[in-house]
Ligand binder design. Structure first.
Ligand SMILES: [Zn+2]
Length: 390
């Protein structure tokens, strides 16, 4: 019989070996079905009722896995069930910069090295080990294992979960790497493109066109003012950068010094705090950009470059946060990265982010899961399952 840690390593090896890259670049983008099939096998062995939710038609399309153990609804009104959630995909990788094959998990220097080992395929075998060590005949509320697609690109898997997919559960743990600190808050992200359209013409006579580069100083002033207003209004001391930010990412326009510049593209991102909705930002900026356009006799259009991820906050006095703080002995905090938490919360689940490993080694060569976090992580998950479902 393999030990619990050996079983975790064996399962993680199988999950890492299944490529599941998400990327807006179709040359990189890969189906996650291999990982879903492995997880379907692992959960089936433990007695879960397993459902696969296809996001695209056809056998190679991406999918979520929704596996349930225990009753459909809690047997007592006091407490609901639990969702253990992770994403199955990874970011693209630069194989030449890895010390070993990124898809072949290896153990060295106290770590398990492989693509997605900590972000976040490693959470699944840890969660399954916790489940295997408990006596689950006594489950009075449903325990779900949820595995999503496309977290690293569009978050489509979490966005497209059916409203009743996790019924009977009242809390969720997303096992992103937090070094086992419970996380109850993060910023949201939106990325927008702006196109300024004037009219090109011969540079020798400015009246022949409308030069949009002349409007750039006013455009930057508009954004600077808005940024300062947001910083005045929104602040959260849990975060290392406590105010919303707006970053100008790129600016492209024009083609020749002797032509009036007729078109210019500009893009930026906003990192929103809880309480600041992306719809409100779009409305405020659209109003100001429309006024700027008419003052300068040009057209300005703003569009979403990607679907926004809302900011996330789980109240500090909610039951799931209090339970996670008690089990880990660690005050709930905030992180600088976005997760699927707002989408699970939208389904009515009290949500926290809590998992083994460190985000500092994710999305880069030689990503690893520290071996000495496996046992503590299994114990934390066991206690949280016991709290919510037993
Ligand atoms: Zn992740």
């Amino acid at each position: 019989m393999p030990t619990t840690e050996q079983r975790v390593v064996q399962q993680l090896k199988q999950l890492v070996a299944e490529p599941s890259v998400s990327s807006p670049d179709p040359q990189w983008d890969t189906s996650n079905r291999g990982v879903i099939e492995k997880l379907a096998g692992f959960t089936d062995e433990l007695g879960f009722k397993v459902a696969v939710q296809p996001l695209q038609p056809g056998p190679g399309g991406k999918a979520n896995l929704i596996a349930r153990l225990g009753p459909e609804a809690p047997s007592n009104e006091q407490s609901g069930g639990l969702v253990l959630s992770g994403h199955t995909d990874t970011v693209p990788f630069d194989e030449g910069r890895w010390q070993s094959d990124p898809l072949a998990l290896v153990e060295r220097d106290g770590g398990l090295f492989g693509l997605g080992s900590t972000d976040m395929k490693g959470f699944f075998p840890v969660a399954l080990a916790a489940i295997a060590e408990l006596d689950l005949h006594e489950l009075h509320a449903p325990l779900y294992l949820l595995a999503t697609a496309d977290e690293e690109s569009t978050m489509r898997g979490a966005r497209e979960l059916p409203v009743d997919a996790l019924k009977g559960a009242s809390a969720a743990i997303i096992g992103e790497p937090t070094n086992l600190q419970p996380i109850r808050l993060h910023k949201g992200i939106m990325m927008q493109g702006v196109r300024l359209s004037g009219r090109s013409g011969h540079s020798s006579d400015p009246s022949l066109g409308r030069n949009v580069i002349d409007v750039v100083p006013a455009l930057l002033t508009l954004f600077d003012r808005y940024r300062a207003e947001l910083a005045q209004e929104f602040r959260c001391e849990l975060l290392a950068v406590p105010t919303p930010t707006i970053n100008f990412g790129c600016l492209h326009g024009g083609d020749s010094p002797n032509r009036i510049c007729g078109e210019l593209d500009f893009s930026f991102d906003v990192r929103m705090l809880p309480g600041l909705a992306y719809q409100d930002i779009e409305t405020a900026l659209n109003q100001r950009l429309t006024a700027l356009a008419s003052a300068h006799g040009i057209d300005i259009e703003m569009r979403r470059l990607v679907e926004p991820v809302p900011a996330f906050e789980q109240a500090e006095d909610s039951a799931a946060v209090i339970a996670a703080e008690a089990v880990t002995g660690c005050a709930a905090g905030a992180v600088n990265f976005a997760t699927e938490a707002p989408f699970l919360q939208r389904l009515g689940l009290e949500t926290i982010v809590l998992g083994p490993g460190s985000i500092d080694v994710a999305h880069q060569p030689d990503e690893y899961m520290p071996m000495d976090q496996l046992r503590p992580a299994i114990d934390v998950i066991k206690q949280l399952i016991a709290h919510h479902c037993l």
